[in-house]
Write a new protein. Structure first.
Length: 275
């Protein structure tokens, strides 16, 4: 899943393949950037900000630009050697091609592509909360932002990148299971919110640098998650069936009704009641 750790890994792939190199050519297959030519620019850095990718380039005249992209659910970047076959996705999904003497970076099905002066990056990502994998990670600020709307369901609040940047649906479901919290519990009723935030950061950090995401400690197929993607399968803790609900916050929610019960305190406060 393209969550914060996947985007961090992608930024590293681009950094390893392009950083310090001069672009010998560029191709943008989106109308608003179709005439842009970055040939001659040097790649200065590649980094993630939550789920956003920022590729920084500098011209010979020291003009600093940032290419912004978002993977959403389908996007991907791949780096190839010159002459190597591009096997990442179908060619019609290619949105960007960046060439250097030693590598070719190809962006597939990218979203929100923008090229802005690096000094204006904040216009694109300045609204985001603390990045769970970034140097600005601040758990106290993340808790403050989450707590600002105590009536909001915690499962919804965790997905709001303005609160903390990097958590997607997989980590949301897994984190709530590990903390034993019903997904529709109001934020103000969540016990030990700082502990939940800290665990969320640890989960993403544990998967940084690898492509197989696991919250269980196992990398074996079918053993990487507690509840996510496991509807009707037995809970790894209580052996009861994992539940699934579609539609809320436009995401699918997985949870264990036994390990994450709706308590008497939350009846009538959440947006959903167990049948």
């Amino acid at each position: 899943m393209p969550e914060g750790d996947t985007v961090w890994n992608t930024a590293k792939v681009l950094r390893d393949g392009l950083e310090g190199a001069e672009l010998t050519g560029s191709e943008f297959r989106v109308p608003h950037l179709a005439t842009v030519d970055l040939a001659g620019y040097r790649v200065a850095d590649s980094l993630s900000r939550g789920k956003h990718l920022l590729l920084r380039v500098v011209s010979p005249e020291h003009r600093e630009l940032t290419l912004h992209s978002h993977l959403r659910m389908e996007g991907a970047w791949r780096v190839y050697a010159p002459g190597e076959r591009w096997t990442g996705r179908p060619a019609f999904l290619i949105r960007v091609v960046l060439r250097t003497a030693k590598s070719v970076a190809v962006g597939y099905h990218l979203h929100d592509l923008k090229l802005v002066p690096t000094a204006r990056e904040a216009e694109l990502v300045g609204h985001l909360g603390p990045d769970l994998l970034g140097p600005d990670w601040d758990p106290e600020e993340a808790v403050r932002r989450l707590s600002a709307d105590p009536a909001r369901p915690v499962g919804e609040a965790l997905l709001d990148q303005r609160n903390l940047a990097g958590i997607g649906n997989l980590y949301r479901c897994e984190l709530l299971f590990l903390r034993g919290v019903w997904p529709w519990t109001p934020v103000g009723d969540v016990p030990d919110l700082p502990g939940m935030v800290t665990l969320g950061q640890r989960l993403l950090a544990a998967n940084r640098g690898r492509w197989t995401q696991s919250t269980t400690g196992s990398l074996r197929r079918g053993e990487t998650s507690y509840v996510y993607g496991r509807r009707a399968q037995p809970c790894r803790r209580c052996n009861g069936p994992i539940a699934k609900r579609d539609g809320d916050t436009e995401r699918i929610t997985y949870w264990c009704p036994r390990c994450q019960p709706q308590t008497a305190d939350t009846v009538g406060k959440g947006t959903f009641h167990n049948a």
